[in-house]
Write a protein that binds this ligand. Structure first.
Ligand SMILES: Cc1ncc(COP(=O)(O)O)c(C=O)c1O
Length: 392
């Protein structure tokens, strides 16, 4: 596909641009949650400078005082074009989108559109912890469908969860994470097609959280859920937030399949008006002009995945790591280390390195940690060194 991974030759690796003392001056949660002797590789923020086209768009807006309410369709147009270029998908229709304040509030809104209070929402655990919190906040109830031992969606388990979710005849939704956080697994077109067929058979509505979609390894291809046959009733949440590190510039898009146009049309003005205009400007610039920067990042993340595998093999061979093809997250099975149910607590206390505890990710998280590898090779190396000192 044209344009994909072209820019990495010309652009410097964004993961190698910042020194530790510069990063420690940041005031975001990654750098402020723990004391300065702790190396933070936890929450999904990246140790990168802002992509130049994004920085320019925001700086121009600030210079102009362009800090009012958002208007127009530049954001979905930029995303539709990105989807065409990167994923070969031309099914993102601007008129079937709605601005949402951010992805998780978009998920809440989608669940409110499709289900009623107390209805079931199926998730594939272990999964991004806020899925539990936000489903509860939306007044819905979680039904877990654990991933298989291969960390992929288990269709038999999913079918049983759909059956349970729909028992009593109430509406139900399936909150799919595509690509999957924390494993970095990229679902295939065949898997997504089977999911769509199953959802259709049980009358379960699919809400796909596709926030990590731009973050796919070199040579791999992201498949948008809405692009597979049978997904016409689905909704997707997309954003430039993870791909370009824009969590502080909030914004997201709810995207509907052709048969869900009526649902997205019901997103209230009161929700869409909550999207930050500066966020919209930043996300639009990222999708429109941030391709070369993204390619350089993706090449750097591939290097880091390989580096992490090599470091673990050398210093912590009892840790099981299956590098995913997407996201910048690594899901580490530490049960072989004998550190108990919550190895992240031990790594923090003894090694002074902050990772996410697997316990928050639902069933399947015991004895696991999530490591954020969107940092420099030097800090990644230092993190594994610290983890190893916690064990010896
Ligand atoms: C799967 C997933 N969904 C949503 C979010 C958060 O998105 P937002 O900040 O736009 O709500 C994250 C952040 O890491 C994530 O990993």
């Amino acid at each position: 596909m044209s344009g994909t991974h072209q820019g990495s030759r010309d652009q410097a690796n964004p993961l190698r641009q910042l020194r530790l003392d510069q990063l420690r001056r940041r005031t975001s949660v990654k750098w402020r949650e723990y004391p300065d002797d702790v190396l933070p590789l936890w929450v999904a923020e990246m140790d990168v400078p802002l992509a130049e086209p994004v920085a320019r768009a925001i700086t121009d807006a600030v210079a102009l005082g362009d800090t009012g309410y958002s208007a127009g369709t530049a954001y979905p147009e930029a995303l539709a074009e990105f989807a065409r270029r990167r994923w070969g998908w031309d099914g993102l229709a601007v008129e079937r989108t709605a601005l949402v304040p951010d992805v998780m509030h978009g998920v809440v809104e989608a669940l409110r559109l499709l289900t009623g209070p107390g209805d079931a929402v199926v998730v594939n655990c272990p999964v991004y912890p806020p899925f539990y919190g936000f489903v509860g906040y939306a007044g819905r109830r979680i039904v877990e469908a654990p991933l298989g031992d291969d960390l992929r969606i288990d269709l038999g388990t999913l079918e049983e969860a759909f059956r349970v979710a729909r028992s009593g005849g109430r509406p139900a939704a399936y909150l799919l994470c595509n690509p999957h956080n924390p494993t970095g697994v990229l679902h295939t077109a065949d898997e997504l097609t089977a999911v769509a067929a199953l959802a259709g058979r049980y009358g379960v509505r699919v809400v796909a959280d596709e926030i990590h979609a731009p973050l796919v390894g070199v040579g791999a291809r992201f498949v948008p859920y809405l692009s597979v046959p049978g997904a016409e009733h689905g909704l997707s949440l997309m954003s430039a937030s993870k791909g370009w590190n824009l969590a502080g510039l909030r914004g997201g898009l709810l995207v509907a399949g052709p048969a869900a146009a009526g649902d997205v049309a019901r997103v209230p003005f009161e929700v869409s008006v909550g999207t930050s205009h500066l966020g919209v400007i930043a996300h639009t610039a990222a999708f429109r002009d941030g391709g070369d920067w993204l390619d350089a990042l993706l090449a750097g993340l591939d290097d880091n995945r390989r580096l992490l595998a090599a470091l673990l093999a050398e210093h912590l061979p009892a840790v099981r790591y299956r590098p995913g093809q997407a996201t910048y997250l690594a899901w580490l099975d530490c049960r072989g280390l004998g550190l108990g149910d919550d190895p992240a607590a031990v790594f923090l206390e003894r090694g002074r390195v902050a990772l996410n505890s697997g316990l928050a990710f639902g069933t399947g998280g015991v004895g696991h940690v999530r490591l954020n590898l969107a940092t420099s090779p030097e800090l990644l190396t230092e993190a594994v060194r610290r983890m190893a000192t916690a064990v010896t």
